[in-house]
Design a protein around this ligand. Structure first.
Ligand code: DUT
Length: 179
């Protein structure tokens, strides 16, 4: 048996984890019921306003087939410092064995952000993902929403003054008519 698998609780999914930097904590859930396990930065980094950086986390994973992990921002860093992820959420494929990286960005227009080695900078949400087969058709079946999107249901004053909603390219528009 792989070491560590004997301590599984309930329906926990075992995910093999390689700690590339033993001086850092493994990803951990802060509370029972949390969806995301916090990831730390392996390096000190300073982000000027608008600056981004690819930050290593000191961990590599072997997710089971049929699962993926998604790197999400931490809401506290986002709300207080303007720190987010350029590619939120980042996707960790089941077959990826490299170090998990976090693509941080400082969206604050004025204040630099200093992050120290060991700071929790993102969170990892592991989910089951379906593998699909794409079946090409000439026309899609109808649906209540149809092609409406990009604010078509309203609900915010800001939407009425914004830029025009994107329109489908002409070929796609023809195929969507009558849905
Ligand atoms: O935030 C992220 C996003 C991705 N990755 C790693 C794991 C993932 O499995 C791999 C590839 O990610 P993705 O498929 O998003 O990158 P791509 O730009 O499409 O590159 P590729 O051509 O390698 O798939 O990079 C990270 O470590 N952090």
């Amino acid at each position: 048996m792989v070491p560590g698998l004997d301590g599984l609780v309930g329906d926990e999914v075992p995910v093999l984890l390689q700690q590339l930097d033993p001086g850092l904590p493994a990803p951990a859930y802060a509370h029972p019921g949390d969806a995301g396990a916090d990831l730390v930065t392996r390096v000190d980094v300073t982000l000027a306003p608008g600056e981004r950086a690819v930050v290593p986390t000191g961990v590599a994973l072997a997710l089971p087939e049929g699962y993926a992990a998604f790197v999400h921002p931490r809401s506290g860093l986002a709300a207080r410092c303007g720190v987010s992820l350029v590619n939120a959420p980042g996707t960790i494929d089941a077959g990826y064995r490299g170090e998990v990286q976090v693509v941080l960005v400082n969206l604050d227009p004025r204040t630099p952000v200093h992050l120290q080695r060991g700071d929790r900078v993102a969170q990892l949400v592991v989910q089951r993902v379906e593998r699909v087969r794409f079946v090409a058709v000439e026309r899609l079946p109808g649906a209540a929403r149809g092609a409406g999107g990009f604010g078509s249901t309203g609900g915010s004053a800001a939407l009425s003054g914004g830029a025009d909603a994107p329109t489908p390219a002409s070929g796609a528009a023809a195929a969507l008519e009558g849905i």
